[in-house]
Write a protein that binds this ligand. Structure first.
Ligand code: ADP
Ligand code: MG
Length: 451
């Protein structure tokens, strides 16, 4: 039988021609094919409950039509959200991954692999060190590995690459990747738990029985005495057992005032190295690689044009590539050229003038959730409206920093305490719920890249 990924790829190619580019990018691209069972159920997974609802409401018929055309028989489409997907995989045990990790979803971004990372002068040392860690975690030479460098230069990518590699080749190893904030929050919630001692024990049990611990963005480590102690002891315990520790930060450890001297000393016995800005040649290679992975049709001249203009942040570099590709698509062109590249960069000044407003944020949130602006600013209390309303409030606060009273006015004269409550609710949900985090970040990306 045809491989499900190939089948889904062919379905996507057909869907792309029938659905607007924006909807395709937002709703269809993130879908993951999960299973094609013997009863002709094609099971697919969306990243969130709201995405699932959108798909069921607006795209299910088109997906079913394309699926039937590609497979030559009628397929029944079953859409799962993220949690349902986990349950489904658990029940069916059909996943072809290593036994020790088959119950868990992959915590690492699949595209962040060593293969997908372009190596140049700016990052070759760190790349080799990360590979050495992945191939031989805990060996003396690269332990701990401390990677530092500016935003968007590939630190998180390399940590995930280590994770993906170990998951594939040494699935028996216990490996954990957390941001510094997640580590801190997990510890604080154990301290606040009604059964504190048990919760703290569980926390330690989890973090000190690992083969590999990776903590990202360590510059955010708080100065609080308790968290400093906990971090040090976790780190020390793993280190003394010969387990691997990988840390990332935007600065050299010596420039991190919140990192204790005893941790800095430990780090200097391993490898501390920076990733610097990629040179032109590497930037061009990165753009070519991304075009190939994402199937962006962008010609060489346009690629050089982008690479010459964005020189300090790979995230931004790749963002521009996507914009140029999408602009060509919207115009109905097969291939993006220098024409779109020039347009996108010329629009930049305009974009700054064309500032975000509360109304624009509300419009984007409404079209994302497919609800009306009257509802979002009105009095309805059903969940389908309340959640988008709180997200819109959160985003207006975050992106525009308006006084809460003014935000209240936009939402039908709501009191500033109500606005504060909505904002704080989303902000705390995002810390504990990955779905909310993904959802809000997705909308934020749309907003920040469109205006
Ligand atoms: P950081 O953690 O340093 O802020 P990320 O690892 O999140 O940066 O990288 C930002 C984006 O740039 C990601 O999409 C990543 O895949 C991409 N990227 C960065 N460096 C490279 C590289 N050398 N090759 C390919 N992609 C890269
Ligand atoms: Mg990062």
């Amino acid at each position: 039988m045809q491989n499900i990924n190939e089948l889904w790829q062919q379905i996507l190619e057909k869907l792309e021609l029938r659905i607007s580019t924006v909807s395709f990018t937002i709703w269809i691209k993130p879908i993951k094919p999960v299973d094609l069972d013997e009863k002709d159920n094609l099971v697919i997974a969306s990243p969130s409950v709201s995405a699932k609802n959108q798909i069921l409401r607006n795209f299910i018929d088109k997906i079913a039509d394309c699926a039937s055309e590609v497979s030559g028989k009628k397929l029944n489409i079953v859409v799962l959200d993220q949690n349902e997907e986990i349950e489904y995989l658990d029940k069916s045990k059909k996943v072809e991954i290593a036994p020790s990790v088959k119950d868990e979803p992959n915590p690492f971004t699949e595209e962040f692999t060593f293969d997908n990372f372009v190596v140049g002068k700016s990052n070759q040392f760190v790349y080799s060190a990360a590979q050495a860690v992945a191939q031989n975690p805990g060996s003396n030479f690269c332990n701990p590995l401390f990677i530092y460098g500016g935003s968007g230069l590939g630190k998180t990518h390399l940590m995930h690459a280590i994770g993906n590699y170990i998951r594939q080749y040494s699935p028996e190893l216990k490996i954990k990747y957390v941001t510094c904030e997640q580590f801190t929050n997990a510890y604080i919630s154990s301290l606040l738990s009604p059964s504190k001692n048990k919760a703290v024990m569980e926390f330690r049990d989890l973090y000190r029985n690992l083969d590999v611990l990776m903590v990202d963005d360590i510059q955010f480590l708080s100065r609080g005495k308790e968290i400093q102690e906990e971090f040090f002891h976790t780190f020390n315990e793993l280190f003394s057992l010969g387990k691997q520790v990988v840390l990332c930060s935007d600065r050299h450890p010596n420039e991190l005032p919140t990192l204790e001297d005893r941790i800095k000393t430990r780090c200097s016995s391993g490898v501390i190295h920076d990733i610097s800005k990629p040179d032109l040649e590497t930037r061009i290679a990165i753009l070519k690689k991304k075009s190939q992975i994402e199937k962006y049709n962008v010609d060489e001249e346009a690629i050089s044009y982008i690479a010459e203009r964005v020189d300090s942040n790979v995230r931004e570099l790749v963002g521009k590539l996507k914009e140029i590709f999408l602009m060509a698509k919207i115009k109905g062109k097969e291939m993006a050229t220098i024409e779109e590249a020039k347009e996108i960069f010329a629009n930049q000044k305009e974009e700054i003038k064309n500032e975000l407003t509360p109304e624009k944020i509300i419009n984007v949130v409404c079209s994302y959730f497919n609800i009306s602006t009257d509802d979002i600013t009105g009095k309805k209390k059903n969940k389908e409206i309340v959640e988008p309303r709180m997200i819109a409030i959160y985003l207006i606060d975050e992106l525009l920093s308006l006084p809460l009273v003014n935000i209240g006015k936009v939402f039908g004269g709501r009191d500033h305490t109500t606005i504060m409550h909505s904002r704080d609710k989303i902000s705390s949900d995002m810390k504990v719920n990955r779905k909310t985090q993904t959802l809000v970040n997705e909308i934020k990306n749309i907003l920040t890249s469109s205006f």
